[in-house]
Design a protein around this ligand. Structure first.
Ligand code: PMP
Length: 363
C-alpha cells in the first residue's frame, strides 16, 4: 500500500465496557463509561419504537437516497434535499469530504488539539496536513486563514471542538468564511451544536446559501442518542453535495438508522431534556473540579477536559487508577495533552461515581 497509508496511526476510541471488565476483573453492570461523548440517556423511546417498526422491512435494502429522512431534514432546516448528504455517522461526511476534494500532495488545514479524525481523513488521501497551533486550546482562525496555500483544498473547523470543548462565536466564523477562497472547502463540524447555550447559538445553515464552499456537518450520535446506529449528515450547496453523493457507498446509512433518525429529529422533548441534563452535569463536574482545585477547560460540549497532574505521566496514571475502579474516561495523550483527561458528562449518579473514583485516584 501507499506509504501515506502505512504511516497512519489508528483511531483510539473509548475502551469498550466488556473489555475493561475482563481486563480488570470487574462486573460489567457496575462499570461507568464516560469516554465517548455519548448521550447518557441512551436512545430516545421514540427512536426505539421507530426502529422496532422498521425491523419488519430490514430484509430489504435501505433507501439509498434516504428520501424520508431527507424530507425530515428539509422540513427542519428549510434547505432542498439536493443540499443534504447522509453519512454513516458524521465521520463518514468528514472522510467523504477528503476523498471528494483533496488529491495526494495537496494540503488540508486543521487546528492543533482538534478532532482526531481530521488527520486520519487527510492521511488516507495522501494529503499534507497543516496543523495550526491552538490559541487557548481552541482554533486560531486568523492563523488558519493565513496558512491557506495555493494547493489547500480543505479546512476542518470543529465548533464546539472535541476534545477541548472550546467554542468560536458565530460572527468570528463568518469573518473566517469571508477570507477563505472559493476553491477551498470548509467543513464546519458541528457534532455538538445542540449543546450550545441559547446565547451562543448561530445560524450556520443560513451561511450555506451564501458560501458555496461551506459544508456543515452534524451528528446524530450526541444529543440525539444514536451513536450505535451510525448516522450523521452534511448540508452544503448542490456543487459539494453532488460530489459527496457520487463517492459515498450506495447504502451507507442502514434502514434502522434512517427510521430512528426521523423519530429522533422530531423528538424535541428528548433533545431539550438531554441538553438540560448536560448543563446540570457540567455544573456538577466543574464544581467538583473546583473543590479539588483541578484546572479544567470551560466546555461548550457534553464533555470536559480536566488537568490531573503536572507531569506527562499524569493522564495515563490517573486513567489507570480510574479503570481499576470501573470508570472509563478518555486519556488525550494522543492529542498531545498527556496531563489531561476528557470526561464525558454522564447521568448525575455516574458523575458522582466518577468524582469519588477521581478523588481516590488522586489521593
Ligand atoms: N466530529 C466531532 C468533533 C466528534 O467529536 C465526533 C465524535 N467523536 C464526530 C465528528 C463523529 O461522530 P459520529 O461519526 O458518531 O457522528
Amino acid at each position: 500500500g501507499p506509504d501515506y497509508v502505512r504511516a497512519i496511526a489508528p483511531y483510539q476510541g473509548g475502551r469498550p465496557i466488556a473489555e475493561v471488565a475482563r481486563e480488570f476483573g470487574l462486573d460489567e453492570a457496575k462499570i461507568v463509561k464516560l469516554a465517548s461523548n455519548e448521550n447518557p440517556l441512551g436512545m430516545p423511546e421514540s427512536a426505539k419504537q421507530a426502529m422496532a417498526a422498521a425491523i419488519a422491512d430490514a430484509g430489504r435494502y435501505p433507501d439509498g437516497n434516504g428520501f424520508e429522512l431527507k424530507a425530515a431534514l428539509t422540513a427542519k432546516y428549510g434547505v432542498p434535499a439536493e443540499w443534504i448528504t447522509l453519512g454513516n455517522g458524521s465521520n463518514d461526511i468528514l472522510e467523504l469530504s477528503a476523498h471528494a476534494f483533496v488529491q495526494p500532495g495537496q494540503s488540508v488545514i486543521y487546528a492543533q488539539y482538534s478532532f482526531a479524525v481530521y488527520p486520519l481523513a487527510a492521511q488516507a488521501v495522501g494529503a499534507r496536513s497543516l496543523v495550526i497551533a491552538a490559541k487557548d486550546f481552541g482554533h486560531d482562525l486568523d492563523a488558519m486563514a493565513d496558512a491557506i496555500e495555493a494547493d489547500t483544498r480543505l479546512i476542518f473547523v470543529a465548533n464546539p471542538n472535541n476534545p477541548t470543548g472550546t467554542f468560536i462565536p458565530g460572527d468570528q466564523i463568518e469573518s473566517f468564511l469571508k477570507r477563505v477562497p472559493p476553491e477551498v472547502v470548509v467543513v464546519l463540524d458541528e457534532a455538538y451544536t445542540e449543546f450550545l447555550a441559547p446565547e451562543q447559538q448561530y445560524d450556520s445553515i443560513a451561511w450555506v446559501a451564501k458560501y458555496p464552499n461551506l459544508l456543515v456537518s452534524r451528528s446524530m450520535s450526541k444529543v440525539y442518542g444514536l451513536a450505535g446506529l451510525r448516522i450523521g449528515y452534511g448540508i452544503a450547496q448542490a456543487g459539494i453535495t453532488d460530489l459527496l453523493n457520487r463517492i459515498r457507498q450506495p447504502f451507507n446509512v442502514n434502514s434502522l438508522a434512517q427510521a430512528a433518525a426521523i423519530a429522533a429529529l422530531n423528538d424535541h422533548a428528548f433533545v431539550q431534556k438531554s441538553a438540560q441534563l448536560n448543563a446540570a452535569g457540567y455544573r456538577q463536574l466543574t464544581q467538583a473540579f473546583d473543590a479539588l482545585k483541578l484546572r479544567y477547560l470551560p466546555s461548550s460540549g457534553n464533555f470536559v477536559m480536566v488537568k490531573v497532574g503536572d507531569d506527562d505521566g499524569a493522564g495515563a496514571r490517573v486513567n489507570l487508577a480510574l479503570l481499576k475502579q470501573g470508570v472509563i474516561v478518555r486519556p488525550v495523550g494522543n492529542y498531545g495533552l498527556p496531563q489531561w483527561l476528557r470526561i464525558s458528562i454522564g447521568l448525575e449518579e455516574e458523575n458522582t461515581i466518577f468524582i469519588a473514583a477521581l478523588k481516590k485516584a488522586l489521593a
